[in-house]
Design a protein around this ligand. Structure first.
Ligand SMILES: [Zn+2]
Length: 305
């Protein structure tokens, strides 16, 4: 396990809490537009960090983010969780030491004030709940769980077909936070503090939310599943097969990349491998990225080929 990276943005600190980091998805399974020729053209920077050289499977990190200010502790997303019945082996009846990692970061479950569910997918809601006496109860007893109204409107009417691929995470990991009265539906923009704001980034799911931190002359954007893999910087129009609205997802990604490229802002796409935080540089109609935040920083596509 690599050391936990910290970043500071004015009054806020940002830290990752990793559940898993491994080769997880075939590039052809996740991206309908991806061919072997695309992979060959990017081999120099993809392997070994972003694509397993032996299997060709893409590295996908499953993680949460902790944002802390004096008097406020925010957890952004909740990974896959433990003991859940799932259709996909990576998430099925797991026993991850994620709560230990949270405690290693100095945070107990009772300390979390706000959980931001950036969207309601299997790899983002698992630790919303844990099993207690045979019942799924909220893991964070003192937290408000924020969910975009548009997101909840989609899932509460989506029906069983939307859950076939993963298993029913809504029943065990989302409904209990509504039952306990801890869920709070929010609009497209929502200010948590003057320097911490939630913004909408629809497409991957209808209510996908991002968190923006400002301070100390810099800025970070936790952009959740706006992108799943750095290949989407080279091919920004690639949405995933798991996007609810792939065309809207590509539109949202295009405007996001245009807005944030060449600004020095740190971008944290949830599934990018460690250390995740990167800046984005325009390169014609594509983009490059530069990783930041650990001793071996300054890695990215540009240094690989
Ligand atoms: Zn995800």
């Amino acid at each position: 396990m690599a050391h936990q990276s910290h970043w500071t943005f004015g009054a806020s600190t940002l830290q990752r809490v990793v559940e898993s980091e491994e080769a997880l998805l075939s590039p052809f399974e996740i991206f309908a537009d991806c061919t072997q020729a695309h992979l060959d053209a990017n081999r120099g920077w993809l392997m070994p960090r972003f694509q397993d050289p032996h299997s060709g499977i893409l590295a996908i990190t499953i993680q949460s983010f902790l944002v802390r200010q004096a008097g406020l502790t925010i957890l952004v997303d909740a990974c896959g969780g433990n003991g859940k019945e799932r259709a996909r082996p990576h998430f099925h009846r797991r026993n991850w030491p994620w709560l230990d990692r949270l405690r290693e970061a100095g945070v107990a479950p009772e300390d979390i004030d706000v959980v931001l569910c950036t969207h309601l997918h299997v790899d983002h809601v698992g630790w919303n709940t844990r099993l207690e006496n045979g019942r799924w109860v909220p893991t964070f007893p003192n937290a408000r769980y924020l969910v975009a109204r548009r997101e909840w409107d989609y899932w509460r009417t989506a029906g069983p077909a939307a859950l076939v691929r993963t298993g029913d995470f809504i029943t065990d990991s989302v409904l209990p936070i509504f039952d306990s009265g801890q869920a709070e539906l929010i609009g497209d923009t929502h200010a948590l503090k003057s320097d911490i704001a939630i913004e909408a980034a629809p497409g991957h799911t209808p209510g996908l939310s991002m968190l923006r931190l400002q301070g100390g002359g810099s800025e970070a954007i936790l952009c959740s599943d706006l992108m799943h893999h750095p290949l989407q910087l080279r091919y920004p129009d690639w949405s995933t097969r798991f996007c609810v609205d792939p065309i809207q997802a590509a539109r949202t990604r295009a405007s996001f990349l245009k807005e944030h490229a060449n600004t020095g802002r740190l971008i944290f796409p949830t599934h990018f491998p460690s250390p995740t935080g990167c800046t984005i540089q325009r390169d014609g109609s594509s983009y490059d990225f530069t990783y930041c935040g650990e001793a071996e920083a300054q890695i990215g596509r540009s240094s690989g080929d």
